[in-house]
Design a protein around this ligand. Structure first.
Ligand code: GUN
Ligand code: ZN
Length: 658
């Protein structure tokens, strides 16, 4: 029912399939009031809406009409409709007069596309006993709903709502149990109070924990999130759907939603955007207007602002700049900045989903960027690589560094016991913000060459790179640190190396391609790929390496934009021969073997296992269960997703091997 089309951070552009058509996610579902609705939300960009089945059920006339005509005619919307169950009324009024089974049956009867069981929205910060007791009921009702739906062959899809208040272990447990039910969609519930009270740091804990325990192959809905200010953050955490009553509730109260926060009409000197309403009316016009007309106009602005943000987020995912957008959005309120900082704690989780290569460069927008998964991933890779005896640390320069490092480099200070220089047994790295240490041979590999940070440095990032330097000097016998770096960090415990003036960085294409291969495919891959008589073909225009041959046979092409390798058949064979399964591999089942060999793309359902380190945009080997090489290709998803999805493509096949 759900497929991923593009990814960034933990966010995804997806397609949600329903009985009333497919919709693109992230999507915003405006809340439709079954009786009072005046605004045609479709006109403002709504492809899917949500309404409340309980409110319809409670109103004899509406109920009758809904049963006779169906929900779509009742609310006059021909796209997909989701219904909520009355749980929200339960949380406000303490009880509802409908049972779980009754509300499930009723939703099917009125032909909703996506129904919801009667979960208990347990507020944040309640005592543990209450949270546990409520959760037990929520999970039981989800189970009951799924069984009831299956027994009766219901057509609608079903939501199972994650609860557990602010107890993260309960959110985790709930996620696990609901995941095992194989529901169609997974809303995350009872987060409205966290958003209303601006407790965004706790919101991140609740959402990240819930999402970590939900399947990747199902759409997730952040229930009651209707303020465009939080959409980017929520999408980066893996939420696909939002619902907004905010557009009308805020309008009732003369408040404008914007990504910078909320504006009250009484304080407005200028209209807050350039939508139709903001272009055609002044704040005074609105203030002088009768209430109903004013409310509808502000609601239209609110819808416009909300859908504009959803579109911007999808665009950011396509181009790989979602985290830049999140960091920007989170600067509008200190409590949102808390959320952004809290998200840094979950860097390891985000890393498992973040594509390896993106269209956009990495922008350092402030110290929060230091916790981004790209940096963590790079440093972990660097720790894993084979190391030479000595390390030379150079100050940063313009990129690509190798172009600007030549001749006499200046004075170097020594850390470790002074040994004779052996430049062939030395790693050369540049100390830079925000990636810490960058091997000069990798200076144009994504994102080490494709990142920007301000020239004026801040303390956090200086401390960060200093810590990395302190860590890495311990991995080497001696480290030679450039005097510019010593001065910057004001460390006085080092002596000038006696042979300082002999330190030179020698460019070496063979060493460079081997380093890139090790970085891309793992240690020793470079040796395995580039044996024999190596020749290189470079771009006449840029001088960059384009093709690499061994004994006249093409081994790999180097992609100009990110300097990663795309293997040839011979390259794939060499990589395969040199490593053990499942390294760099996606293992497909017997059924798909002939198709894979023919060069057909691989669907997730055919994958038996794969390397846990695979991320989207990685170059991978396609093998059968006996580890015979069938083809090679580019992964569209990361490990967790490949293993979880039952529909859709996982690997784009570059070439089958017959
Ligand atoms: N709307 C806002 N929050 C919730 C929730 O926790 N559960 C349900 N069913 N609807 C909601
Ligand atoms: Zn506007």
């Amino acid at each position: 029912m759900f497929e991923i089309k593009a990814k960034d951070s933990r966010g995804r552009v997806g397609v949600l399939k329903t009985n009333h058509g497919n919709i693109k996610t992230p999507a915003l579902m405006p809340v439709i009031h079954p009786r009072k609705q005046v605004i045609d939300v479709k006109k403002y960009g709504a492809d899917i809406v949500i309404t409340n089945a309980y409110l319809i059920y409670k109103d004899e006339d509406l109920k009758e009409e809904a049963i006779q005509k169906g929900l779509h005619e009742l609310i006059n919307f021909d796209g997909p409709i989701m219904t909520d169950s009355g749980s929200f009324q339960l949380s406000v009024y303490g009880d509802v007069d409908i049972t779980n089974k009754e509300v499930i049956e009723f939703q099917e009867l009125i032909k909703t596309d996506i129904g919801t069981s009667l979960d208990i929205p347990t507020a944040p910060y309640v005592d543990r006993e209450k949270a546990e007791n409520d959760l037990k009921i929520t999970i039981e009702r989800s189970k009951e709903a799924i069984e009831y739906k299956n027994e009766n062959n219901f057509q609608m899809k079903l939501n199972s709502v994650v609860q557990g208040s602010t107890f993260l272990d309960l959110r985790a447990k709930c996620g696990d149990e609901l995941a095992s039910l194989d529901s169609d969609l997974y809303p995350i519930g009872a987060v409205v109070p966290l958003m209303e009270s601006y407790n965004y740091g706790d919101l991140v804990d609740v959402v990240m924990t819930s999402v970590n325990h939900l399947p990747d192959s199902k759409a997730r809905h952040l229930m009651g999130a209707g303020h465009p200010m939080v959409f980017a953050l929520a999408v980066a955490m893996g939420c696909d759907l939002f619902d907004s009553a905010a557009y009308i509730l805020y309008a009732e109260d003369d408040r404008f939603l914007t990504t910078r926060g909320t504006y009250k009409l009484e304080n407005l000197n200028e209209m807050p955007c350039s939508c139709e309403v903001c272009m055609n009316y002044t704040p005074d016009d609105l203030r002088d207007m009768e209430k109903d007309k004013r409310r509808d106009l502000i609601a239209q602005h609110n819808l416009f602002a909300s859908f504009a943000e959803i579109k911007l987020i999808r665009q950011a995912i396509y181009e790989g700049s979602l985290m830049e957008l999140v960091e920007e959005r989170c600067r509008v309120h200190p409590n949102l900045l808390d959320a952004c900082r809290k998200l840094g704690v979950y860097s390891k989780d985000l890393e498992q989903y973040d594509p390896r290569v993106k269209k956009s460069a990495f922008f350092y927008t402030g110290s929060e960027s230091l916790n981004r998964p790209e940096i963590k991933r790079h440093l972990d890779k660097l720790r894993d690589l084979d190391k030479k005896r000595d390390l030379v640390i150079l100050p940063s320069s313009k990129k690509p560094y190798s172009k600007y490092i030549g001749g006499k480099l200046g004075e170097f200070y020594i850390y470790g016991s002074e040994m004779e220089l052996d430049l062939d047994n030395t790693d050369f790295m540049v100390l830079d913000i925000p990636f810490g240490l960058i091997p000069v041979d990798l200076d144009d590999v994504y994102p080490l060459g494709q990142n920007e940070s301000p020239k004026i440095e801040d303390f956090d990032s200086l401390n960060f790179v200093e810590d990395i330097m302190s860590e890495f000097v311990e991995y080497y016998s001696q480290t030679l640190i450039h005097s510019k770096i010593i001065k910057k960090f004001d460390v006085g415990l080092y002596n000038i190396h006696s042979d300082s003036d002999k330190i030179r960085f020698k460019k070496d294409d063979i060493r460079k391609i081997k380093s890139i291969a090790d970085y891309q495919f793992g240690p020793e891959s470079g040796e395995a790929l580039f044996t024999g008589d190596i020749s290189l073909e470079k771009s006449k225009k840029t001088g960059k390496i384009r093709h690499i041959y061994s004994d006249g046979k093409l081994i790999a092409n180097m992609r100009a934009a990110d300097s990663f390798f795309v293997l040839s058949t011979e390259g794939a064979k060499r990589l395969h021969n040199s490593s053990e399964s499942p390294k760099n591999r996606v293992i497909v089942n017997k059924d798909s073997e002939p198709f894979t060999k023919e060069g057909k793309s691989v669907f997730s359902k055919f994958v038996v296992n794969c390397d846990k380190n695979i991320r989207s945009n990685d170059e991978v080997l396609l093998v059968n269960e006996d580890d015979e090489l069938l083809a090679y290709g580019k992964s569209l998803l990361s490990y967790n997703e490949i293993m979880d999805f039952k529909i859709g493509q996982a690997i784009k096949n570059r070439k089958g091997i017959k």
